[in-house]
Design a protein around this ligand. Sequence first.
Ligand code: PAF
Length: 280
Amino acid sequence: MEFFKEIQSLKAFLSQKGNSISIGLVPTMGALHAGHLSLIEASKRENQLTVCSIFVNPAQFNNPKDLEKYPRTLNRDVEMLKNSGCDAVFAPDAKEMYESEPTIKFDFGELDKILEGKFRPGHFSGVALVVAKFFHIIKPTIAYFGQKDFQQFKIIERLVTELKFDLQLKSMPILREADGLAMSSRNMRLNETERKKATVFYQSLSEAKKLLNSGKKISQVRDIVKQKCESVDGIKLDYFELANVENLKPTESVTDKTILLIAGFVGEIRLIDNLLLNEN
Ligand code: PAF
């Protein structure tokens, strides 16, 4: 497996491979887990070359403490990627990606003001900026993202459409621990007690889905979920919403085109999760 820290050396490697090769890109912020490896596997199945980027992108953190505490496990990540058969890793430092403080800002209209956007202003502009840079540098045929960051995927779809990037996007299913907790790099920061408490988010989603399918109104379900989460010491709910899968606008009625989204804190650690109403 090749390892690059510099844009120019990565580009030189890719251009040696020629224009006709299909490239799968798995953009990550490191602290890899089985969810990331499932993206690598999908990319390997569908492309001739797989590149994984590892970059904790300062531009997408609205909270400096969150950036500082984000888990960084580069040596372990590189070992995992070697074992997964990934072809190349791109792990630049912040200066390589941002020569100076970025001035470009993206505005995705309502899509980046709701849900995560409401609680993390500027977050999606930072995500779009770094993802656009990766697309320019690597020119992937297919880029892979996890469904856990559902709103992020919608933002990137919009980015690709509006900037006419010539590539395909794939959203891959959430991988869960045995007790339902969605795999996330941030789970590494949970202590044993917090780790147990964190399951309340997936339990809430599953219970909400059952209640909605049995005819309860979303307003009632919202109250039940709020109560359930807030009865656990140390859990703070940011939002729980039923939304349309296309535009993420809140909706009252359940269809197979709706999704439940949840976000909140376990102690200091913020987690997100979601459940499509047409999946189990
Ligand atoms: O989902 C992530 O890990 C990040 O937001 C991404 C897409 C790698 C951009 O930094």
